[in-house]
Write a protein of this length. Structure first.
Lengths: 125, 941
């Protein structure tokens, strides 16, 4: 039984991976692999949309840190969408995920942030 | 004393004349006295006569005579005198006293006539008569003389014994022995007698005194008097009854034999035997009993005369003689007066003599015939011979009749089979719709055996690898021979398949294949044909008989005809089985192997295939747990049967899963499926109910596409059908708008989803079906498995449902208040179950969403630790205990491992989360394992 599904929106200006369901020890590793696979090396970064994620524990937190680490190694940026006040957001805050990725309320804001950052980045000499 | 003249006269007579005086001295002695006595006159005159002539033995008698004479009486009588030479002479004597003129007795005169010669003649005559009488009395012939008037003058010899009348009763009267029907002939014989004709063995029938009749032969001659007149007849009569009877029996035997040869049936033979046999033997009663093929008495098949009391004797002897010894042909003679010998130890004493004749044909005792004789009738060699001949003839006739009967039966069976073949055809065709191949073959093979009247019938098919195996058989299962018969069946089939030609063994008496095998199998004749399909031998069909019988061309043609039908049936059935197997496999594969193991929910489901044939249905169900913890249950019915329905159902099931996993609600999922049905080639119309249940809250959403309404059964037994959320079936219309409804289960309630096969019953309304379902489901059962079994049992009378039936029961399990205890496998998948159960526990305890989440994460982290440190690869388990206490919840997670909290990369998040999300968190470690204890306050408590 699948706990969570990932959908990737190819039309978006940046890569958006949306995880719906639950993330725990049983699926975190696979999910992480799938997410990383969805991000091409030339992409500026990734929006990890956890708005539809109903459960997330330390295995999920580890996943986020790993993805962030891999992206950083490739010079890419991770932005996370998780609604303020939800338990999942609270877990992310408790584990200080904010140190490796910006946290936003929804996917659109997160995407905009990433796009702006990229534009800003392009404008840099 | 006589004067000279008187003396002269007295000398002339042939009688001794003697005169004596009162002193007894002789005074006169005539010439004949000299001749008689041997004494001359001169020698005796003056001497005492008594002294001279009377022997001493006669003296006392002489004194009596003299006394009588002195009284003046005469004496006359027989006397014996002694002659001079000492010889004794018998005489007839007259002695008279002589008186003077005064009347005084002066002497006596005796006159003696010599009677010796006469006496001798008399004695000789008497001797002759005695001899004659002896001869006559011991004569086997009757000697019957009659006078000219026809009155019996002599009735001698064996006459009395022969006819029963004594001489006294007959002599002086006309013959009493001539029966009325012989009178005319008797008169003619008398005329021949008068004409002086001698009869030499003329045969006639005569009456006995007891009324019975005997056969005689007459030897006679006529008597004539001096004048030449007819004086009567002298006849010697011989009893030729036995001779005539023997002759008669020979004729009868010939007749019986002729009758036997005309007898067609066993019963014909039996009735010839009892009727003609009884007549021929002059028996009072007759009976025949036959043995069945295996030696058991099959009872008396014919009887004649009497009251049937010999029937038992007959059966006994018949069954007592199954041996192979010569004795079994022996005639059993039950002497009415003497003790009975084996083997019949039954008191038949009062019945008279009984002869029991075993009927033996070849080596086989086929029965026995019994004849009872009320009159004593000793078993002489003639009778014994006759009995044996009768027995042998009838045994042959019986065997012939049996053969004839079998053939006739076979022929009439063949005629019947011609009719039956159409039935076989019908059965074959009908069977295609609902008989499995094996049932069909068994049915056909039994019919073949019946039709041909054989003892065995066997059908063998070539299996993969060229092995022939018995697929259907009749009559080979007999104990003792089953193994041999099966082996022989395979052998014969092998030959048939190899040669692809019919095989007929008429009489397995001697020879090579397959005679020795057949004989061991107790079979005498077989006929078989190969089963050909498309010119290929796919098996063989053969029949066998325990008795020798011939199989004609008709029989073989018949077998071939049946074989053709069988081959077609097998090919069709194989095709049918193939398709059915595919459809069934398809359907089975499309139904869930097993229901998902959803924590806190009891699930049970059944699928019952339809009655028979290719009606593999389109009924299906599915149950799956969605990522958000909801349980999705669906049940549907694709219209139609067979592979297409099954595959359509498979598509729908998969599509439904996709929709639900993508988060679609029931109505939305139905919309998606409707589009799919319209887009698909077959476009099967389908009814479907889809239901999403949150086991924690027991709330559910559902939508029905024209499907029978789900049933909710409460613990009280109260039942209600879910009538809301209804739309048209899938594929019914492109404009259908699917709606859904929301409902909630009371604690302990059960949801029942089913297909229409469960409630539809021929002749009953749908309402009645729903009513029966509500009633059946209303019984309170602890276990949902029991509930579905009960419902199926109540609603589907065995084998009555034609349509297939699917049934799913869903019951959220009540959460024990206050405390739960879980034992879970040490695998990551267990975490989800832990969250479901613990989530419901917390929900019931009144925890809000955030509190519940915190506790679930904390417990999950502890559990993840236990799983990661599982002590062994097999059967590792850990325990979770949750208890409401002190205004919050206490959680304990125990395992058997030895680990320390670690601050390694990643793992540290777990520990910090546990600490952050609970009010207290501590680790305990001892030799049995590690325990993590956590406490968290809940606002609602």
């Amino acid at each position: 039984v699948t706990l969570a599904t990932i959908s990737v929106d190819p039309r978006a200006p940046a890569i958006v991976a949306r995880v719906s369901g639950e993330i725990d020890l049983s699926n975190a590793h696979d999910l992480g692999q799938q997410i990383l696979d969805a991000v091409p090396s030339d992409a500026a970064g990734l929006v990890l949309d956890l708005v539809e994620t109903h459960y997330l524990d330390s295995a999920g937190v580890r996943l986020v840190f790993e993805v962030a680490s891999r992206l950083r190694d490739r010079g890419q940026t991770l932005v996370i969408a998780a609604t303020e006040g939800t338990p999942v957001r609270r877990i992310l805050e408790l584990t200080e995920v904010g140190q490796v990725a910006q946290l936003h309320d929804d996917g659109a804001t997160a995407l905009a942030t990433l796009t702006n950052e990229r534009r800003a980045g392009l404008g840099r000499p | 004393v006589p004067n000279n003249f008187e003396a002269y006269l007295l000398d002339q007579i042939h009688a001794a004349t003697i005169v004596v005086d009162t002193n007894g001295a002789v005074r006169f002695w005539n010439h004949y006295a000299e001749v008689l006595s041997g004494y001359s006159r001169e020698e005796v005159l003056g001497r005492k006569g008594i002294d001279l002539l009377v022997p001493e033995t006669e003296h006392s008698r002489v004194r009596e005579i003299l006394a009588a004479l002195e009284r003046g009486e005469s004496w006359e009588g027989q006397a014996r005198l002694r002659r001079k030479d000492g010889m004794l002479v018998e005489v007839q004597q007259t002695i008279t006293p002589l008186r003077d003129r005064d009347g005084r007795i002066v002497g006596r005169a005796s006159i003696s006539l010599d009677v010796s010669e006469r006496r001798r003649l008399e004695r000789e005559l008497r001797q002759a008569i005695t001899t004659l009488e002896h001869v006559m009395s011991t004569s086997p012939l009757a000697i019957i003389n009659m006078d000219a008037d026809g009155n019996v003058t002599m009735w001698a010899g064996a006459a009395e014994e022969m006819f029963g009348w004594s001489a006294d009763e007959v002599e002086g009267r006309p013959l009493p022995t001539v029966p009325p029907e012989e009178l005319e002939r008797f008169q003619r014989i008398r005329e021949r007698h008068r004409a002086g004709e001698r009869l030499q063995g003329v045969e006639a029938r005569r009456l006995r005194k007891d009324g019975s009749k005997i056969d005689i032969a007459i030897f006679s001659s006529s008597l004539f008097d001096d004048e030449g007149g007819f004086a009567g007849t002298v006849a010697y009569v011989a009893d030729i009854t036995d001779v005539k009877r023997a002759q008669h029996r020979l004729e009868l035997l010939n007749e019986v034999t002729a009758a036997f040869s005309r007898a067609v049936t066993v019963h014909d033979v039996a009735s010839v035997l009892v009727q003609q046999g009884r007549n021929a033997l002059d028996a009072t009663e007759a009976a025949v009993s036959a043995l069945a093929a295996h030696g058991a008495a099959s009872g008396v098949i014919a009887a004649s005369g009497g009251d049937g009391r010999i029937v038992a004797a007959c059966s006994q002897v018949a069954t007592a003689r199954p041996g192979r010894d010569r004795a079994r042909r022996r005639i059993v003679w039950l002497d009415g007066s003497s003790a009975l010998s084996e083997p019949v130890a039954v008191p038949y004493r009062d019945l008279g003599d009984i002869a029991v004749v075993p009927l033996v044909a070849g080596q086989r005792t086929i029965g026995a015939a019994a004849f009872r004789f009320a009159r004593p009738a000793p078993l002489d060699s003639e009778r014994r011979g006759f009995l044996r001949a009768l027995g042998d003839q009838s045994a042959l006739a019986f065997e012939r009749a049996e053969l004839f009967e079998r053939e006739r039966t076979a022929r009439s069976n063949a005629e019947r089979l011609a009719i039956r073949l159409s039935q076989v055809q019908a059965v074959t065709d009908a069977a295609l719709a609902h008989l499995a191949l094996d049932d069909l073959l068994e049915e056909l093979i039994e019919r073949v055996r019946e039709a041909l009247g054989t003892d065995t019938a066997t059908l063998l098919l070539l299996e993969e690898g060229g092995v022939l195996s018995v697929r259907a058989s009749a009559g080979v299962e007999l104990e003792d021979v089953a193994e041999v018969r099966t082996a022989v069946a395979e052998w014969i089939a092998g030959r048939l398949v190899a040669t692809r030609r019919p095989l007929v063994v008429e009489e397995a008496a001697s020879g090579n294949f397959p005679v020795p095998q057949l004989r061991r199998a107790g079979l005498r004749s077989v006929a078989g044909v190969p089963l050909l399909a498309g010119g290929r031998a796919i098996g063989a069909l053969h029949v066998g008989s325990e008795q020798p019988r011939s199989f004609g061309r008709e029989d073989v043609r018949l077998l071939e005809l049946v074989a053709d039908r069988v081959a077609v049936a097998i090919e069709n059935s194989r095709h049918f089985e193939h398709e059915r197997t595919i459809a069934e496999t398809l359907q089975r594969s499309l139904l869930p192997n097993r229901l998902p193991d959803v924590a806190g929910v009891a699930l049970a489901a059944r699928y019952e295939p339809g009655g028979a044939g290719l009606k593999v249905g389109g009924d299906w169900y599915d149950a799956l747990e969605l990522p958000d913890g909801q349980l999705a249950v669906a049940i549907g019915d694709v219209v139609g049967h067979g592979i297409e329905a099954a595959s359509a159902m498979g598509q729908l099931r998969n599509a439904l899963r996709v929709h639900l996993l993508e988060g679609a609600g029931p109505a939305e999922a139905l919309r998606g499926l409707d589009r799919l049905v319209h887009a698909s080639e077959s476009g099967e119309v389908t009814t479907l109910v889809c239901l999403l249940l949150d086991p924690g809250t027991r709330r559910f959403r559902y939508a029905s596409a024209g499907h029978p309404p789900p049933l909710v059964v409460e613990p009280s037994g109260a039942a209600r059908f879910l009538e809301a959320g209804r739309s048209l079936p899938l594929g019914a219309s492109t404009a259908t708008i699917y709606v859904e409804a929301t409902d909630e289960l009371a604690p302990g309630s059960t949801l029942l989803l089913y297909t229409d096969g469960l409630i539809e019953r021929r002749g009953h309304s749908l309402d009645r079906g729903l009513q029966r379902l509500a009633q059946a489901a209303g019984v309170g059962t602890e276990d949902v498995e029991e509930l579905v079994e009960h419902v199926l049992r109540e609603l589907l009378e065995a084998g009555q449902h034609e349509d297939d039936v699917a049934l799913v029961a869903v019951r959220p399990l009540p959460v024990p208040a206050g405390r739960i205890m879980l034992t879970l496998p040490a695998s990551p998948e267990a975490l989800r179950s832990l969250r479901r159960v613990l989530g419901r526990f917390l929900h019931e305890a009144g925890a809000d969403r955030d509190e519940a989440f915190d506790v679930l994460v904390a417990a999950g982290e502890a559990a993840a630790n236990a799983i990661e440190h599982a002590y062994g690869p097999f059967d590792a388990r850990f325990e979770v205990e949750a208890e409401l206490a002190g205004g919050g919840v206490e959680i304990a997670v125990r395992d058997r491992g030895h680990w320390r909290p670690s601050r390694r990369q990643g793992r540290g998040h777990g520990l910090s989360l546990m600490a952050a999300l609970t009010d207290a968190c501590e680790f305990e470690r001892d030799e049995t394992g590690t325990v993590v204890r956590m406490r968290r306050k809940l606002r609602a408590l």
